[in-house]
Design a binder for this molecule. Structure first.
Ligand code: XBP
Ligand code: MG
Length: 230
């Protein structure tokens, strides 16, 4: 694996926690709030997840509509996404979205070994901060030295931007870091930044193509042992 491991860089949605079903429910509730008869079922959402970014996902869906909506599409997207983020925050605050098995322990083992922790995600910063605060508590939520979120870089996954920004902020080279990702987009993003990546398939990404991954951990609970951190 990596001889001089200085940093673990985590994806969020699907990796730290199984969040996407709650994103999906929040998108649908936002559409209903806005008076739109749009419903994203699980299969359609799985397809739309090929598009990284909630706003980009709504745009992709709108572009497929047989009868395009009139008016300012960008304004509508911003409104729908703000509604969705508020609805998603309620799920997070209610404790509905626990960390995946073994993740909290892995974070503690990394810290005990002096391995820096970072986040490289497509999702919005409020979503990440709410999840970490709820699931780790205020003290341990700050265990991540670096957090790079989707809207803070020029291009979202599968572009390498979030991983390149995380490496720079961490002050480590790509060969000194290891990424943990759940999706093909995320694996490609890490690899394009030169970072080795362990894929941990999630509910919505189980059928993704992980041939570019350095290794695959079917369960997050096995990550510690995969790293030799028993
Ligand atoms: C997964 C994504 C995000 C979430 C929704 O991010 O692609 O867009 O689906 O969050 P990750 P937003 O890189 O953590 O797997 O609506 O805030 O984009
Ligand atoms: Mg993900």
């Amino acid at each position: 694996m990596i001889l001089d491991l200085r940093a673990l860089i985590f994806d969020v949605d699907g990796t730290l926690a199984e969040t996407e079903e709650y994103h999906r429910l929040s998108f649908n509730a936002a559409f209903a709030q806005a008076g739109l008869n749009w419903t994203w079922g699980p299969e359609l959402y799985r397809e739309l997840l090929a598009v990284a970014g909630g706003k980009e996902r709504i745009r992709c869906y709108m572009d497929r509509l047989e009868t395009p909506l009139s008016g300012d599409g960008d304004l509508l997207i911003r409104d729908l996404h703000a509604r969705k983020t508020a609805l998603y925050a309620a799920f997070v605050a209610a404790g509905a979205i626990p960390l995946r098995p073994g993740i909290a322990e892995l974070l503690a083992k990394a810290r005990a070994r002096g391995v820096a922790l970072a986040i490289a995600t497509t999702t919005s910063r409020p979503n990440v901060e709410a999840l970490l605060q709820t699931q780790l508590g205020s003290e341990r939520a700050h265990c991540f030295a670096v957090m790079i979120c989707g809207d803070e870089v020029a291009a979202k996954k599968p572009a390498p931007d979030v991983y390149l920004a995380a490496l720079q902020a961490l002050g480590v080279s790509a060969s000194q870091a290891l990424a943990i990702e759940d999706s093909a987009n995320g694996v490609q993003s890490a690899r394009r930044a030169g970072v080795a990546v362990i894929a941990t398939p999630s509910f919505y990404s189980a059928e993704d193509d992980f041939t570019c991954a350095t290794a695959i951990a079917p369960e997050t609970a096995t990550l510690s042992s995969l790293l030799g951190w028993n």
